[in-house]
Write a protein that binds this ligand. Structure first.
Ligand code: RTP
Ligand code: MG
Length: 139
């Protein structure tokens, strides 16, 4: 299987609740190599652009409010089958449905405040990584 990349964020709730270290430990212990990483905060314009695919959804305003209320950890990760394997590692969007031991089962508090983001395709991983990082910040 090909080595490829995915993009993740530890969302504001994960940071506020003190889970940065535990989440990064789980990610690296699962075989993901960190290609890029930063501690940053999204502006309203950033979050609206990043989640533009959801802009017609009823939860869009709440999502933008949530994603901008505090800092996030953004990272690009590399592994064989990175996108699919990372989605497995984080678990279902709603923590009530997330498999035992997944990051969302352990650290998410609700459907909206679910601790981590994971890209849903190779194409979106590239777009989302480039949204947060320049070429000089990728290793
Ligand atoms: P993500 O993009 O953040 O990795 O999450 P996902 O693929 O599992 O879920 P997606 O459908 O892409 O939704 C993006 C984020 O919007 C929030 N959400 N809230 N209140 C709600 O019904 C609702 N539904 C989605 C979550 O923060 C979700 O991760
Ligand atoms: Mg998504």
């Amino acid at each position: 299987m090909a080595t490829n990349r995915t993009f993740t964020m530890i969302k504001p709730d994960g940071v506020e609740n003190g889970h940065i270290g535990a989440i990064l430990e789980k990610i690296t212990a699962s075989g993901f190599r960190i290609v890029a990483m930063k501690f940053t905060q999204m502006t309203k314009a950033d979050a609206e652009a990043f989640y533009a695919v959801h802009n017609e959804r009823p939860f869009f305003g709440e999502l933008v409010e949530f994603m901008t209320r505090g800092p996030i950890v953004a990272a690009i990760l590399e592994k064989e089958n990175a996108v699919a394997d990372f989605r497995t590692l984080i678990g279902a969007t709603n923590p009530a449905d997330a498999a035992e031991g997944t990051i969302r089962a352990l650290y998410a508090t609700s459907m909206g405040e679910n601790a981590v983001h994971g890209s849903d395709s190779d194409e979106n991983a590239a777009i989302e990584g480039a949204f947060h990082f320049s070429g000089r910040e990728m290793f």
